[in-house]
Design a protein around this ligand. Structure first.
Ligand code: PRX
Length: 655
């Protein structure tokens, strides 16, 4: 990945120099502007004058049982949105579509990796969600209970999320690629009462044995009383009598209608775990009214969703992108969506383009890491297909390098589709910095401007605004989808996001602002690695490594990677008496993969007699990063033992 869109790992001041000058500009095509929902720049100025009025107008387009009495109550770091309002989010996502002309419209067109297909109308989905909600109730789940969802990308995943929302239960979706241990920790952290999983799922022709993995996790999850198993294939599994129930049997018995449980606007909708710099993953809490308003409004204006659009967000529902832009935002807009279970290169590298052509996809949202893979596979794959149905493209998850942006624009968008590069996080709930496709001229590599109603700035360490140049990204006003806390850890919530500057949210990203007030996100400034669009905490991987019997100490850093953006390089010191060998290095890589999941698999494993440390014993990761990337070493004066570096460099070259 070129330096243009890469962060400079240490500090943020230096980041300005790393950017290439990008002079290309892309105006919204006039044909697009003509029909765009937002097509006048006044949308920015009006919202900036009165952000709460902007959000209240958006919230007013949703279904409320009882209207709020106050839009916002803000006492940093605690926000309450639509105070006094009562709702059930499924009424906006499902019930209202039964009477507004969408009843028999396709809500989800799903394709499994082997090629099987299912279509659900809004009416179908409504019934499925109601039935599953009743099944949950029959197993004792009630308002406020936590339900863990560990499923492949099948429609039942969406149905399960909405079924929780129907009865006011809080879902915690765990990405199906996570290991049993990761699942166990997440279930235990929020004390889930029920787990819904599948016998298996398909990925690149292989079967992922979810129920088997879930059983390993459940051996150590005392809070889980019941397990529901979706039958995806004919995969072997064990059923534990009394605890395990087949999804299809429960659905046969369940009643067709489940009255929505109305909850306070601030009632939690879900918990989603994400990596932070230290310790275990953080259970990010999102609530109903504000989150739904934010995802609804951004889906409507950023993706410009229209009656006849076919929207495809390629993310997995195990990540926030799937929560916000498969389940809640698009469904509240009543749009038709494509959902796909498997890998983009299965059986061939044109699977996505086949789907776009076959399903007539109009709006397509994916990640830069995928775009870089498409680029590498070559234009012949998209060129084999008629992609002319596409009218708008989006990206999310990491900075997109300008070449990838331009390739996406030309090869996929046929030079006619605007691109929305959307910056946001698990914690922000919805898109925060993004072009509006009918208003904002784009510059490849820039997420452009804050969404209407959002206020973002670039600040220095002291909180002073940088009007032009690089610094820390900061969100300076509350927004409806903001996280309301970390499950069970109030102090960590304050320390992580709210203690850098008083009353201002710190997302942990570096960014630059240019002469046109455009934002250029430079990446994380903390010890979080963004690999293939997924946040992985270096700490977590290190903790996994030191659990191995041969490892005394470990340090993990991110290194540039052509496709993944960043890859993981692990440096370990072995326990006395343990000899380094290639076999051991492979074992350690497999060990991490087993402990956390394939997304955390280190690309490099270096065994070293010692790690560079400060005199107070802190591992100097930035020096490891310099070694791993072949850069000139930064300041080494604080090293306790300078000789370590030469030994380490030699070892690195050998490994
Ligand atoms: O570093 C930013 C990067 O991804 C982080 C958020 O990761 P996560 O919570 O997993 O959510 C990903 C999907 C919303 C951010 O702190 N990031 C996300 N989108 C962009 C981005 N970096 C640059 N440009 C983006 N468009």
């Amino acid at each position: 990945m070129p330096r243009a869109s890469r962060k400079k790992a240490s500090g943020t001041k230096a980041t300005i120099d790393t950017l290439l000058k990008e002079n290309r500009r892309y105006k919204p095509p006039s044909s697009f502007v003509k029909t765009a929902t937002a097509n006048k720049s006044a949308v920015y100025t009006t919202a900036a004058k009165n952000p709460t009025a902007f959000w209240a107008k958006m919230a007013g387009e949703l279904v409320w049982k009882k209207k709020w009495s106050k839009v916002l109550e803000w006492k940093a770091p605690d926000a309450k949105w639509f105070v006094g309002g009562k709702l059930n989010v499924t009424e906006s996502c499902l019930d209202r579509h039964l009477t507004n002309g969408n009843k028999n419209k396709a809500a989800l067109i799903w394709e499994g990796e082997p090629g099987d297909r299912k279509t659900f109308t809004y009416w179908d989905l409504y019934r499925q969600v109601n039935k599953l909600a009743n099944a949950f109730k029959s197993l004792g789940v009630t308002k406020g209970d936590r339900v863990a969802i560990y499923l492949p990308m099948i429609p039942e995943l969406v149905i399960a999320m909405l079924a929780c929302a129907r009865i006011g239960a809080i879902h915690s979706v765990v990405f199906g690629g996570f290991s049993p241990e990761s699942l166990r920790d997440r279930i235990n952290d929020s004390q889930c009462k029920l787990l819904i999983t599948a016998d298996g799922g398909y990925r690149r022709g292989q079967i992922i044995p979810l129920k088997h993995d879930a059983d390993v996790a459940l051996a150590d999850c005392p809070s889980v009383e019941h397990v529901i198993i979706v039958k995806r294939g004919d995969f072997l599994l064990r059923v534990k009598e009394g605890r395990d129930h087949w999804f299809h049997r429960l659905m046969q018995e369940a009643d067709q209608y489940c009255p929505p449980v109305y909850v306070d606007s601030e009632h939690p909708l879900f918990i989603l775990y994400t990596s932070g710099t230290t310790g275990k993953p953080k259970g990010i809490i999102h609530t109903c009214g504000g989150y739904l308003t934010g995802t609804y409004a951004t889906s409507k204006l950023v993706f410009d969703l229209k009656e006849d659009d076919v929207f495809w967000c390629t993310a997995d529902c195990g990540w926030v992108t799937g929560h916000s832009y498969i389940v809640y935002g698009p469904m509240a807009n009543g749009v038709t969506q494509v959902m796909y279970e498997g890998a983009p290169d299965w059986p061939d590298q044109d699977r996505f383009w086949q789907l776009v052509e076959k399903m007539n996809v109009t709006v397509f949202y994916t990640a830069p890491t995928a775009i870089r893979a498409f680029m590498r596979w070559g234009r012949e794959w998209p060129d084999k297909h008629d992609l002319s149905s596409l009218r708008l493209l989006g990206t999310v998850g990491e900075p997109i390098n300008p070449e990838a942006w331009v390739w996406y624009h030309d090869a996929i968008g046929g030079k006619k589709c605007p691109i929305v590069d959307t910056w946001w996080q698990t914690e922000t709930g919805h898109i925060m910095i993004t072009p509006l496709p009918g208003v904002t001229s784009t510059k490849p590599g820039s997420a452009t401007r804050p969404f209407p109603g959002i206020e973002a700035k670039i600040l220095d360490d002291e909180g002073k605004e940088i009007k032009k140049g690089g610094g820390y990204l900061a969100i300076t006003k509350p927004w409806p989808g903001m996280l309301r806390g970390i499950w069970g850890d109030r102090q960590r919530f304050i320390d992580t996001y709210w203690s850098k500057w008083p009353g201002i949210y710190f997302p942990g990203d570096g960014a630059r602002i240019d002469e046109d007030k455009y934002f250029w996100i430079l990446g994380r400034v903390d010890d979080v690695i963004n690999t293939a669009g997924h946040r992985i905490s270096t700490m977590e991987v290190e903790s996994a490594l030191v659990e191995h019997q041969s490892v005394a100490e470990a340090a993990v850093v991110g290194i540039p990677h052509e496709l993944k953006g960043e890859a993981l390089a692990a440096f370990v010191t072995l326990k006395d008496g343990v000899e380094r060998s290639d076999k051991l290095c492979h074992q350690l890589i497999d060990f991490v993969t087993r402990k956390i999941g394939a997304i955390a698999r280190p690309d490099q494993m270096v065994c070293t007699p010692d790690l560079p440390k400060t005199r107070s014993g802190k591992i100097m990761r930035r020096l490891l990063r310099d070694i791993a990337t072949g850069r000139v070493l930064g300041d080494t004066t604080t090293l306790a033992d300078p000789a370590v570096i030469d030994r380490l460099k030699r070892q690195y070259e050998e490994d």
